[in-house]
Design a protein around this ligand. Sequence first.
Ligand code: PGA
Length: 265
Amino acid sequence: MTGTKSLLILANWKMQLNNAESLALFKEIDEELKGLKNTEGMGVIICPSFTALPEIAKLIPETKIKLGAQDVFWEQVGVYTGEVSPEMLKECNCQYVLVGHSDRRTYLKETDEMVHLKIKATLASLLSPVICVGETFKERQLGRKDYVVIRQVTQALSGIDLILDSTQLIIAYEPVWVIGSGQAIDSEEAEYMHQVIKQSLIDLYPMKIVENCFRIIYGGSINSQIVKSFLVQPHIDGVLVGGASLNKEEFIGIIKEAIKVQKFK
Ligand code: PGA
């Protein structure tokens, strides 16, 4: 345990809420969070859909919550119909961007190369990428989980120089078949995969950069009942929450568990 790292609790609302619902849920969570003690140093990040960002952005200066987007394009301006640039996200008070979520790798055929370009553009705009990696069930069955995750991390970051203290990058380890299934993997298994990811970062960057710039979090069917068993693991710096983040009680329950664990991290 480092003793200096705060835990990250990241909500991914996907395409589940309309604008009014997004705004209402954000306000409810914000209200609850303001009533909680010992949240200093805790990173609560919410990623609504693009269309909900401008309204929520107005509330950001008055809240402890940080805002993230669910995707980004790799150019700043140009003839790219339907795309959203990193600078546009900054205009919406975003600090974080999900990159390479498995929904996008699966349905939109996003490749490691596209993920790489998005990370580069995100960092150039001083936004923090949340780089999603994880193996499919088939890859796991074939004994290729370590290989797949090392490949995704390495290709995502290859050739990207990082400057100490000016960058925060998050790697989210999400075993693909577990996402939305209601059944997370064993927390010790997740801890092992986090160690694999850390080792692949050490192969790419000096230890100081790995320790200061990177956080590694787990995602996949997290809820308030099981979150503690993940957060107490030495290499797990937080969680990425999908379904359970759409329910105020559940999400606040997760944050409360994190507050308890934070004291000992
Ligand atoms: P889940 O989603 O928590 O519903 O499994 C996680 C994610 O897709 O990032």
